[in-house]
Design a protein around this ligand. Structure first.
Ligand code: NAD
Ligand code: TYD
Length: 357
């Protein structure tokens, strides 16, 4: 028995591969193009483990995907590979359409061809799990109920539009061809191995370097935070018990304004790594807002809780403590990701953000 994972060198994919090998122990074929966001150092502990087969490849390469499926005969595909950063999608949407839309199409086609050739029992058991985001639903007004699976899709950024398109493709491949798919739409993740372009790792790393903590707009945008290991356990639950053709929303009931997150990180760092210059909160700097910035996301996770018995293990307080501790203890990993490509991005995204009017 084997599963095929795409994007398993990225933040969530790598956490999933490590979690899967530890908790399930089943071999993983991990296909990843190693873009700026892919980092094999995260998977270093599996270097000599025969249960992890890494393939440097692109999900747009249907011939490669097809040959891997024939060779390794996976019982499931878990699809993480994507361009995932909203700000990058604003600067350069083309790559988001290529990987998230065309790449998902190519993976679906390879999986369909492989699945159609399976014997009846393997065909019945096969799963294609698509990992998606709450951002496909657009932005909530204050006081509106959280996103349930029945919520209409209203994506607002090139990133969320490309993910919405990929969700629709997965739905159509199930409806039209009968491919046994499941989809999970998860809220913002945080935790170990998170690339420092996203809010939480960026704030930890900038604070430790004594650099400004750039808060977009008024900092009152709300995200619903989930510790990454809880996302991994949710995907395991969907693979094990999820119903074919169904969508599961995954979230931690942890709605927080961005400014609260930044203040929490500063307070934890003040406690764990006090700075002689004073509280890290002195570094908070308001910068120009993100164009089209969604105001609020929140997930109604009752379906996965009710139907699959899934519950997050971490509260925000325990998860953020573990995360800050992890970044303090893993400076070498951080140094390694702060490559030239990372520095170029910091200049591109933040240089033009003057203070808001
Ligand atoms: P990430 O950007 O950290 O990692 C993406 C991985 O995909 C990288 O390893 C990259 O090398 C790989 N990749 C990119 N293009 C590829 C291609 N063409 N072929 C093969 N591999 C390619 O992303 P993440 O934060 O780990 O997100 C993983 C998935 O989870 C994405 O589908 C994302 O939409 C979804 N998601 C993320 C969050 C979040 O908070 N980060 C929340 C909900 C859902
Ligand atoms: P991010 O981690 O990029 O995730 P997403 O946009 O997918 O939710 O951003 C989380 C929130 O933090 C979002 O409202 C934008 C905000 N943000 C900042 O205020 N400053 C920053 O430097 C970054 C990267 C994000």
């Amino acid at each position: 028995m084997t599963i095929l994972v795409t994007g398993g060198a990225g933040f969530i994919g790598a956490n999933f591969v490590l979690d899967w090998i530890e908790n399930v122990g089943e071999p993983v074929v991990n296909v990843d193009a190693l873009t700026y966001a892919g980092n094999l150092r995260t998977l270093m502990s599996l270097d000599c483990d025969p249960r992890h087969i890494f393939v440097h490849g692109d999900i747009c390469d249907g011939a490669l995907l097809g040959s891997l499926m024939v060779r390794h005969k996976p019982r499931a595909v878990v699809h993480f590979a994507a361009e995932s950063h909203v700000d990058r999608s604003i600067h350069g949407p083309a790559e988001f359409i290529r990987t998230n839309v065309t790449g998902t199409f190519s993976l679906l086609e390879s999986a369909r061809a492989y699945w159609q050739g399976l014997d009846a029992i393997s065909k019945e058991k096969f799963r294609f799990h698509h990992v998606s985001t709450d951002e496909v639903y657009g932005s909530l007004l204050s006081g509106e109920p959280p996103f349930a699976e029945t919520r209409v899709y209203e994506p607002n950024s090139p990133y969320s539009a490309s993910k919405a398109a990929s969700d629709h493709l997965v739905r159509a491949w199930h409806h039209t061809y009968g491919l046994p798919t499941t989809i999970s739409n998860c809220s913002n993740n945080y935790g170990p191995y998170h690339f420092p372009e996203k809010l939480i790792p960026l704030m930890i790393i900038n604070a430790l370097a004594g650099k400004p903590l750039p808060v977009y707009g008024d900092g009152q945008q709300i995200r619903d935070w989930l510790y990454v290991a809880d996302h991994c356990s949710a995907i395991r639950a969907v693979l094990a018990e999820g119903k074919v053709g169904e969508v599961y929303n995954v979230g931690g009931w942890n709605e927080k304004p961005n400014l609260d997150i930044v203040n929490t990180i500063c307070a934890l760092l003040d406690e764990l790594r006090p700075d002689a210059a004073g509280s890290y909160s002195r570094l908070i700097t308001y910068v120009q807002d993100r164009p089209g910035h969604d105001r609020r996301y929140a997930i109604d996770a009752r379906k996965i809780e009710r139907e699959l018995g899934w519950r997050p293990a971490e509260t925000f307080e325990t998860g953020i403590h573990k995360t800050v501790r992890w970044y303090l203890d893993n400076q070498e990993w951080v140094d390694n990701v702060q490559s030239g490509a990372y520095r170029d991005w910091m200049a591109k995204n933040y240089a033009d953000r003057t203070a808001p009017p």
